[in-house]
Every structure is written in C-alpha cells, then in structure tokens.
Write a new protein. Sequence first.
Length: 339
Amino acid sequence: MVVQKDNIYEFGFGRSDNLSSNVNLLDEAVFSFLYGGLFKVLKSLSLNSILDLEIVFRLYINFLKGLSFYDIHYFTQSPERTLWRRLKYLEEQNVIKRSKNEKDKRTITFLLTKTAFDTLSNSIPKEDLAITISKIAMSYADKLWMFNVRDPNQVRKTSFNLARSAVSMNDKNYLCQFSFGLSYYYSGNYDLSLNYAYNSIQSEKKFAHARRLFASSLFQIDEKKRAYTEINKALNLNKDEYGKWRTLYELWRFNFHDDNLEEARKISKDIVRLQPDYPQSYIAILASLDKKTKASDAYVKKIFEKIPNFSSGMIKNFHSWIRTDQSEKLCSALERFNI
C-alpha cells in the first residue's frame, strides 16, 4: 500500500537508506504501529480494514482533542460514504465516540474511547510507539516545505507536541531526538535544535539527516565555518538520491545567503538534475540567477506545471521557518521573475 494522500513529496526524513523510494512516512508509521503490538488488539477492537486502522491511529495520537469528520476525510482521502460507514461501525464497537448533540458534519468531532485508548496503550511497547509518533512529527514538519500549507503555525505546533511526546517516551532513540530537534528548528529555536541534532548523531553516527540538521542549526546561529564542514559530512553519508538532494539544498542555501552565487548556481543545477519533479528545485535555480533568460522562463513554467495554482504569496509559506532576513532575500531574488 503506497499512501500518497498527504502529498509529502516523499520527504522521508526518518526513513532508512534501505527503504524503497515509494515508501513514505505514513506507510512506515501505520505499519510500525501494527508491528508495535496491534496484531494482538486488532481482534479485541474489531478492526478489520486498513481504513479502520488509520482512523484509530489518527485518533490515538489526537486523543485529547479528537478530529473532525473533515480532518479524518483529509487524512484518509476515503470516499465520504465509505468513511461514514466505517465511523459508524467503529462507534457501534465502542472504539470511537462522537461529540454530544452534534449532527452537522462540519462540527462533529470524533474521539477514541477511553477503553480503546487504554487497550492500545497497554498493548504497544512505549519504545515502538515513540518511534512511530516521531515519524508522524517528521511528516508534519515536512509540510513546511510545501507551498500550499494552510496554517504553518499550527503545523509547527503539532509537530512539536508530537515530537515532545516521542522523546519523553524514548529519549535514547536517534529518530525521537531528531524529530524533537527538527521541531525546534522549524520553531526558530536553533540552540535547542542544535542540541537534539547532536544527541541524535551521538545515538546513530551514520544518520545523515541529523548531521544535516546539525549543520543547518549551526548556520542559523552564524557558526558558518563549522556548518559547511558538517553539511559536507552529511553529503558523504547520504546513499540515496533523496538524501543527497535534501542535503545539497541546504548547501545551496548556505552559499546563496553567503552571496557565493557562482557556487550556488552550480549546486542548483545538481539539485534540479537529482529531483526534477520537485518544484522546490526550480526555486533554488531561479533564485541563483541574476537575470531573466530563456532558461529561467522554462524554470518558471516548470513551477506552474508542478503547482498549477501557484502564486507569489506561496513563497512566504515556503521557508516560512527561516529567519526574516533570509526569507526576504529569497523573495527579493525571485521577484525579477515575477513570482
């Protein structure tokens, strides 16, 4: 099962180099949730489909607040009639419940029952659950790399809360440490992102994404010499194309903000070559150019092919987590291309 519905561009920060490129974080999370002990409780909760599992999983990690019908529909992308049928079934099995006195689809909130929550909590090893939650935190953080994220602040908050839960359950795991560092990074707390990225590296020396986060955090606090050293270490650790692309993007960003434009242009060409399907690649190469050309027109066209409803306002969402001066510099560089 390949889950494309979250449209994460396969930004699998937490995936190992051994996983195939079409496996994203939601797949990993759902199945690690299964392997974490759910086989024993599937029968007791009367779950009999992957859709049931995903509904319960989403409600489990949102136990206190619950989710609206439209939230669940957004996450599952299941036909409405099918989703209503499964929700009704889970209600009848006392696995979930809905908010009282609400009949309108727009206002109904679904929650996991306390009995179902306790059953799951007592059946799943905390260490495995922590890793699963850390991957979900990463998937939320990934959304900040998208142009059409609806509420960046809410995404940051959700990612932070999930990562904090994960690291509180398993503070020795490199993925949990990394996800917490990542959430701090996107919240602009670079000192703490540096700390947790370092902890992740100490737990797993070959985890390239943590090394990259460590380098990015150093750059943000103007420890630039070491930042370049660490980002090159991360580049050498990456074995897959995505990892190389993601790390090269950071190296491009370093050079772009340091006005090393010739080097930035060189790196941006490698970025496009590695991932021509990602609109972010064309943002990098356009920002590195100093004037409009036939090539730049082709890059702009590519962006609109990848994101048909693209608008200049989306640039403020993309990289909304970097410092204001850096964001303004990026926007200014793209203005010459009318985007």
